[in-house]
Design a protein around this ligand. Structure first.
Ligand code: GLY
Length: 395
């Protein structure tokens, strides 16, 4: 069995049938309520007191999730209002990559997979395909031969930024897609080399993960694992571990390689066996019940999609059935504990996310703590879509 962990997710029944329909109707109401003001704008990187307001311009790494939520809702409901808003936004991603607005970082996949790749896959929009390929070119340009990795942040070659981060696993699908689409092996080759470097370095012996890993700029030698958003360098940041779960599941779909498969099993086991009693992880796995520390619901939404993806890729077998069952239990935990049911409380989808929590050992300030965030909203709706239909991934 690839996933062996005992997990508190078994305290929740799988989300299915009428309850799943109810969760989807609920989510639809939330997305619809934003349409009048957010059709030509984006959710900020987190809510404030539960509300995204006002809409933002297409900046930061997070806007793709709102466009992706619109595409998911179009798929789930057939409502053309969602599609029209998403189609307007696709042109905005075109301007962003052509004019190079806030794209000096690696998050091209987070931005262009759920927006432009989704558009192309769902509607055949050729302009969206072009924008996504330009974004893939930008991502490839960040590959550092010395160290064999994609530099996450900052000016290329900047010594203080000479590192990879685990989140980048979700940017790689854009490159695999670009090769499938164009036949140009260069994209997938960069993705494969980065993947191998990252999996080798970020996965610890106890199956937890580092958030980031530094390299020597002169020689490319791996130096050390360091956190940015986790509690401390040696801890397991919950969302980073979740990026590991979903990133390896998608990589395995494209490559069918032993390394992605084995790292998926290991990091998923760690994630599942460290969940607290109600199934919603604290923001870092250093914290266990009882704790006053905030949760990060988005981490469970991401990992749930990762388990559903591996189940889909494995096809009809015991491992697949176990992973699909755990994904459906993740959805139930999220629905019961975090989904917004009363629109006067929030205009997001998923409460209790944490963008960044400051600690004495990390480098971030408090940001979006115990709030909704656009990726938590998106991956929650993606998970519902995966349970409701045979969903064709944007990733
Ligand atoms: N990729 C950035 C984050 O997960 O916060």
């Amino acid at each position: 069995m690839i996933v062996k962990a005992k997990t508190s997710l078994t305290n929740h029944a799988p989300l299915q049938g009428k309850d799943l329909e109810c969760a989807i109707r609920n989510a639809e109401r939330q997305t619809l309520s934003l349409l009048p003001r957010f059709a030509h704008g984006y959710k900020y990187s987190h809510s404030v007191d539960g509300f995204y307001e006002p809409p933002t311009a297409n900046v930061e790494w997070t806007t793709g999730f709102w466009t992706g939520e619109l595409w998911l809702m179009y798929e789930l409901t057939g409502n053309m209002a969602f599609r029209r808003a998403a189609e307007w936004q696709v042109e905005d991603y075109g301007d962003r990559i052509v004019d190079m607005i806030d794209v000096e970082h690696h998050d091209m996949g987070f931005l262009y997979s759920p927006s432009c790749v989704a558009s192309y896959k769902l509607t055949g929009n050729r302009r969206a395909r072009t924008y996504a390929l330009l974004a893939a070119d930008n991502l490839v340009s960040r590959f550092q031969e010395r160290g064999e990795f994609i530099q996450a942040w900052g000016r290329l070659g900047d010594e203080g930024n000479y590192r990879l981060i685990i989140d980048c696993l979700l940017n790689l699908p854009l490159l695999f897609w670009a090769t499938d689409e164009t036949g140009d092996r260069r994209y997938a080759e960069v993705a494969r080399r980065h993947l191998h470097t990252a999996l080798k370095l970020v996965t610890r012996d106890d199956d937890s993960t580092y958030h980031t890993y530094y390299f020597d700029k002169a020689t490319g030698k791996p130096l050390r694992g360091v956190t940015a958003q986790g509690y401390r360098d040696g801890s397991a940041w919950a969302r980073g571990q979740a990026w590991g779960v979903y990133g390896t599941a998608i990589a395995y779909r494209y490559l069918k390689d032993e390394e992605s498969f084995s790292v998926f099993s290991r990091v998923t086991d760690f994630f599942l066996s460290h969940l607290p009693g109600n199934g919603i992880p604290y923001w870092d796995f250093d914290f266990t019940d009882p704790s006053e520390e905030p949760r990060d619901s988005s981490a469970l939404a991401i990992a749930g999609c990762g388990m559903a993806e591996m189940a889909r890729v494995l096809g009809d077998c015991d491992d697949s059935r176990r992973l699909a069952d755990l994904a459906a239990r993740s959805a139930r935990a999220l629905y019961e504990e975090c989904a917004v049911k009363d629109p006067t409380v929030s205009n997001g989808q998923l409460l209790h996310g944490t963008y960044a929590r400051s600690s004495e050992f990390n480098t971030c300030r408090n940001r979006g703590v115990d709030e909704c965030n656009p990726w938590g909203d998106y991956y929650y709706v993606e998970l519902l879509a995966r349970l409701a239909k045979d969903w064709n991934p944007y990733w």
